[in-house]
Design a protein. Structure first.
Length: 380
């Protein structure tokens, strides 16, 4: 079985592939990774002795020229199944795999970017990115029920072809107390202060500009005699310069900390008080699950790929998409009430254990893939 992702930079798709490579039973699945880029996932494969092949498909404008090379790679490997992870791996991998004669394709819709068709170019681009793999694949896996509805509504995949499998998280894979104490000492994190953390790419999907507006609203509700509040923003991306400008312009600039990409993001989640998100859409976001594993409540917009992870008022707080004022009030509510935030965090971890364990996710994939491998194409 081969996994294909168009760019192995930091992100949810790469983390999910690691879960596959670690979580599927080796006696049933021989796995191989085909990827664009030379990022953390490739390095991780080298460290863990996992076979992988780099193909230069990380740049969209030139990626289509690499289809012949992809065909050669797939013919050389000749797996029973190719799993297409994410947006541009979908059409590129589907075309190449079918030319190469691969028996079965599975498309996992990590990045349903059609939610943000703000221009004609984006609408056409996103249609191509989704329609080709949905048509060519035996199975299309959506990561949330709301995403599944959209694929049905747009007639991209039939109900028989669609599967719903939520992402999962290993609740035992947490930083040690010694590691967290070292982080607090190194970064000067004071236990009496209150901290909110955002983890994600800085691009227009994540709407960190809205988060900064919400932070300014929340800061107006902080009592003068209360502990200091801090917002940590972990990530990088196309809008890094814009977010830096907005953060510096904010009246609360001293409390906003841009930390860039970090390999220890879960450490920062563990020493925070709440996790915050402002995404327009997600497949099924991993950050809320990581926060829940760390017993942290999540404050976010009730958007597809996020809202299904959070029990409003019990494991976190959800506000209508784009309602920056309510998002700010929710942030202030939990930063002002540490006992409530702690109760929600404990409930969040219980919710993760009951519904989003990675072992359950991998068992669901294992069952699906074994059935597919034993069938003829089209009998999904």
């Amino acid at each position: 079985m081969a996994h294909f992702i168009h760019d192995d930079v930091v992100g949810g798709g790469g983390k999910v592939i690691r879960q596959f490579l670690q979580g599927l039973p080796a006696e049933k699945f021989e796995q191989f990774l085909v990827h664009g880029g030379h990022g953390d996932l490739a390095k991780w494969c080298d460290v863990n002795g996992i076979q992988h092949q780099q193909v230069s498909v990380e740049h969209l404008l030139t990626a289509w020229l690499q289809i012949p090379r992809l065909v050669w790679v797939f013919r050389k490997l000749h797996p029973d199944i190719v799993i297409l992870h994410g947006q541009w791996a979908g059409p590129l991998g589907a075309i190449a795999a079918r030319i190469a004669g691969i028996p079965h394709l599975v498309y996992i819709a990590h990045h349903p970017s059609f939610y943000h068709n703000v221009t004609l170019w984006r609408a056409v681009r996103n249609y191509i990115a989704e329609k080709i793999p949905c048509f060519q694949s035996d199975i299309v896996v959506t990561l949330s029920d709301r995403n599944r509805y959209n694929y049905l509504f747009r007639a991209w995949a039939s109900e028989e072809k669609l599967r719903l499998i939520y992402n999962g998280m290993d609740p035992s894979d947490l930083p040690s107390p010694k590691e967290l104490q070292a982080l607090r000492e190194r970064e000067g994190i004071h236990s009496e202060s209150r901290h909110a953390v955002f983890v994600g790419r800085l691009d227009d999907q994540k709407r960190v500009d809205w988060l900064l507006e919400a932070w300014d609203i929340a800061s107006l509700e902080r009592r003068q005699d209360s502990p200091e509040w801090h917002l940590w923003i972990i990530g990088d991306g196309r809008e890094s310069d814009l977010i830096k400008y907005l953060a510096e312009k904010s009246p609360n600039a001293p409390s906003i900390h841009l930390l860039g990409n970090r390999s220890d993001a879960q450490h920062w989640l563990s020493v925070s008080d709440i996790a915050v998100m402002s995404s327009l859409y997600e497949g099924h976001a991993l950050v809320p699950l990581e926060a829940m594993a760390c017993s942290k409540p999540v404050v976010a917009f009730d958007t597809d790929g996020v809202g299904e992870s959070i029990l409003h008022g019990t494991t976190g707080l959800l506000s209508p998409l784009g309602d920056v004022t309510t998002l700010g009030h929710d942030i202030a509510l939990l930063l002002s009430d540490s006992e409530r935030a702690s109760r929600m965090g404990e409930a969040a971890r219980d919710h993760l254990l009951a519904n989003f364990k990675v072992s359950t996710t991998m068992n669901n994939y294992s069952t699906m893939l074994q059935a597919l491998a034993g069938s003829s194409r089209g009998s999904s």
